[in-house]
Write a protein that binds this ligand. Structure first.
Ligand SMILES: [Ca+2]
Length: 111
């Protein structure tokens, strides 16, 4: 009985640690709700890489992710950084989002 209780407590602790340490899919949900990226585009398939520099996602954010974080990490933050060109490729974040390219990756830009 005691061992079962400890097992449950350990499992619960691991879930909390995992939730805190790894990607927060909520951020991706906020992004998709705001923009609904068109299927088949680089942006639609980017998922975590919309804001993260590499997979699996770590705390290393790409320039767009850093701007998003810096403005409050919510739907208002997405709006606030639309006119920026986070990855400095010559296209604003919103222009890239509308074109389905990655606003945090200078190698991905509208043609
Ligand atoms: Ca850009």
């Amino acid at each position: 009985m005691v061992r079962t209780g400890i097992g449950i407590a350990v499992a619960f602790a691991l879930i909390l640690i995992a939730a805190a340490a790894f990607a927060l899919p909520n951020d991706l949900t906020v992004f998709k709700t705001a923009y609904n990226p068109k299927e088949g585009t680089a942006l639609a398939s980017a998922a975590c890489l919309t804001c993260h520099a590499k997979m699996p996602p770590t705390k290393d954010l790409n320039p767009y992710g850093k701007d998003f974080m810096g403005k409050g990490r919510n739907a208002a933050a997405l709006k606030a950084i639309e006119s920026l060109d986070s990855d400095k490729d010559g296209f604003s974040n919103i222009a890239e989002i509308n074109a389905g390219t990655l606003p945090g990756d200078p190698a991905s830009k509208p043609k």
